[in-house]
Write a protein that binds this ligand. Structure first.
Ligand code: C2E
Ligand code: CA
Ligand code: CA
Ligand code: CA
Length: 273
């Protein structure tokens, strides 16, 4: 009994501390952009057949009081406290600007951006993107938008409209973390995405039990006309297996960790020469 009581006490105490931290972070999130605490890092997505760069994923970083706060922690807080729309638009703007700068030597780079479902459900989202791309003179076909699989759990009619509107502008849609969430094959077909990103958890054991799943996702995706990305590729063994299965694109530490913008500049220059 006493132990049980102690555990409950401990649990509610850690919950209380978590709430305090969330509040603190939500407060600091309000000014994170104006204080230049946010930045983007960039991870290349590689075309399996040629080894060339197909696309570059922008990932958000928050440097707060000497500490890097993970997006896994602060994105849900930004969603909960109503700050994700502003942060999300900043991400699109910043990513496009930086990719334009990097594209100046004649190469047209494609950038992929993570968008929260809450952002996507906002009816003004598409207009905001359109206005932004026009202002920046950014070619929409060079923009990919990644949405996590949890979109399948949300109200589909709004999402389908939004996805269609983005695709009509030539923006490509990726389903992120595929295989971990609420996906059903029917939803996959209804939503009509362009790219499927198989979650790292399946890629981790693609040289063992995961290979059947990757194979199956690959076949279904191809029959629906989607392209497939393997996420979290860390070893040559995985690369070889994924090539054998025929996965179109590979991403992960084996090729490159997410890079600071000047590291990305060097990375791109090395690959051109
Ligand atoms: P994600 O979109 O699934 O991104 C992949 C995550 O795995 C990234 O973590 C990346 O750094 C990491 N990663 C990539 N390759 C490897 C690998 O080979 N091994 C391992 N162990 N990890 C790898 P990160 O940058 O911490 O981002 C975590 C999540 O936060 C992202 O998962 C995404 O859901 C979210 N996120 C990041 N930036 C944004 C953003 O701008 N907006 C929104 N809404 N969410 C974001
Ligand atoms: Ca992603
Ligand atoms: Ca992912
Ligand atoms: Ca993820």
């Amino acid at each position: 009994k006493r132990i049980e009581k102690g555990q409950v006490g401990h649990f509610s105490e850690s919950l209380r501390l978590q709430n305090i931290r969330d509040h603190l972070l939500s407060d600091r999130l309000l000014t994170a952009i104006e204080k230049s605490e946010m930045r983007l890092v960039f991870q290349p997505i590689i075309k399996s057949k040629t080894g060339s760069i197909a696309c570059i994923e922008a990932l958000l970083r928050w440097h707060l009081d000497g500490e890097e706060v993970s997006p896994i922690e602060f994105i849900p807080i930004a969603e909960q406290y109503g700050m994700i729309k502003n942060i999300g638009l900043w991400v699109v703007e910043k990513a496009c600007q930086q990719i334009i700068t990097l594209s100046q030597n004649g190469r047209a780079l494609t950038v992929s951006i993570n968008v929260s479902v809450i952002q996507l459900q906002d009816r003004e989202f598409v207009t905001h993107i359109k206005t932004l791309l026009t202002r920046l003179k950014f070619e929409p076909s060079l923009l990919h938008i990644e949405i996590t699989e949890s979109v399948f759990a949300a109200d589909k009619t709004v999402l389908m409209k939004q996805i269609k509107a983005l695709q009509e502008m030539s923006i490509k849609i990726s389903i992120d973390d595929f295989g971990t969430g609420y996906s059903s094959l029917a939803s996959m077909q209804d939503l009509g995405v362009d790219i499927v990103k198989i979650d790292k958890s399946f890629i981790d054991n693609v040289n063992g039990s995961g290979s059947n799943i990757v194979h199956a996702v690959m076949q279904i995706s191809q029959s629906m006309g989607y392209q497939v990305v393997a996420e979290g590729v860390e070893s040559l063994e995985q690369v070889e297996k994924l090539n054998e299965i025929g996965v179109h694109f590979l991403q992960g530490y084996y090729f490159s960790k997410p890079l600071e913008v000047d590291q990305l500049t060097d990375y791109l220059n090395d690959r051109l020469n």
